[in-house]
Design a protein around this ligand. Structure first.
Ligand code: HEC
Length: 122
């Protein structure tokens, strides 16, 4: 009988496996890229979140906080301020010391992230 012929079953399963591999690739390859993008995004957000203790989320301030708001700066202006603190061109109580704890790359990342939020629609 045709139904019980083992060679017939094998022939049918090969296209099924091929289709299965194609479908799983279609699902998992974009997911892989998405995870990569999310990790980079997470790094930027986490680094910028270190400023939120004093400046509030996205630099918008904290209730009764006497710390200046930093939600008015563009990416370039923010980096320029951070760099000025780090190099001693701008004085302060906390920021000169704090900014020295970040690499130049990290200051760029923070300025890009927070400045981008500031420059976006409010
Ligand atoms: C421990 C509290 C604290 C943290 C954390 C902190 N800041 Fe500040 N920030 C201050 C204070 C206080 C000032 C006022 C200047 C000074 O005395 O150092 C200030 C000033 C600034 C200014 C200048 C604001 C203006 O109006 O000119 C910028 C820009 C700034 N901070 C950015 C940041 C960024 C970006 C981070 C995260 C990397 C950060 N700060 C983390 C306390 C903090």
């Amino acid at each position: 009988m045709l139904k019980n012929n083992p060679s017939n079953t094998r022939r049918q399963s090969v296209p099924c496996i091929t289709i299965g591999i194609l479908i799983s690739n279609a699902i998992f390859i974009p997911t892989g890229f998405a995870q990569h993008r999310t990790a980079a995004e997470l790094y930027k957000r986490t680094l910028s979140a270190t400023c939120a203790n004093c400046h509030g989320t996205n630099g918008k301030g904290v209730v009764n906080g006497d710390i200046p708001l930093i939600d008015k700066f563009s990416q370039i202006a923010l980096y320029s301020q951070l760099n000025a603190y780090k190099t001693g061109n701008r004085e302060g109580t906390i920021m000169p010391q704090l900014s020295k704890g970040y690499t130049d790359d990290q200051l760029h990342t923070i300025a890009d992230q927070l400045g981008l939020v500031n420059e976006g629609p409010k």
